[in-house]
Design a binder for this molecule. Structure first.
Ligand code: ZN
Ligand code: MN
Length: 169
């Protein structure tokens, strides 16, 4: 089993600039390993994604990348995002309401999601494997390869004034 221990990572300072050389080298190698070409559009989407902690929607990526590449289309942003996901350079987070957000952080970690505004934040901690084992034992006939943990609730900006709805029982 893997995928449950969130490692602390260095905070990266968000910036909108052309990609650094080392980031381009890494991107080019990963794209080519996945049978994809390096393009300025994919580079701009990738650079934005790895430098933000906001887990943006495709629309949000589009707005941000337009500042750098004014002629880029939403369709190209969508396709670039899917290409990055296909090459293991980004993670697509899908939700029950069929919305999707993208994460430039590909190491195992978990998320908290606001029920009101949809914001997604990284969780610092994980769950010890010993606490997952009992769940696996109950999943008879199922081979567990990982798990996804999502805390739901209210971000600081969306917490109702009369307090949160009933918490976990
Ligand atoms: Zn919120
Ligand atoms: Mn994340």
């Amino acid at each position: 089993m893997n995928g449950h221990e969130a490692q602390p990572r260095e905070r990266r300072i968000p910036k909108m600039s052309t990609s650094t050389q080392s980031s381009d080298v890494r991107l080019r190698a990963a794209l080519e390993a996945g049978g994809q070409r390096f393009t300025p559009q994919r580079a701009a989407v990738f650079t934005y994604l790895v430098n933000t902690e906001s887990h943006p929607t495709a629309d949000e990526v589009y707005s941000a990348v337009q500042e750098l590449l004014p002629t880029i289309s939403l369709a190209t942003v969508y396709k670039s995002l899917e290409t990055l996901v296909g090459c293991g350079l980004a993670v697509k987070l899908t939700f029950a309401d069929h919305s999707a957000r993208y994460d430039g952080r590909t190491d195992p970690h978990h998320h908290a999601r606001c029920l009101v505004c949809g914001r997604v934040m990284d969780l610092v901690g994980g769950i010890p494997e010993a606490d997952i084992e009992p769940l696996r034992d109950e999943a008879a006939g199922f081979t567990v390869t990982g798990y996804r943990l999502e805390l739901s609730g209210y971000c600081s900006g969306c917490l109702p004034e009369d307090g949160p709805a009933p918490a976990l029982a």
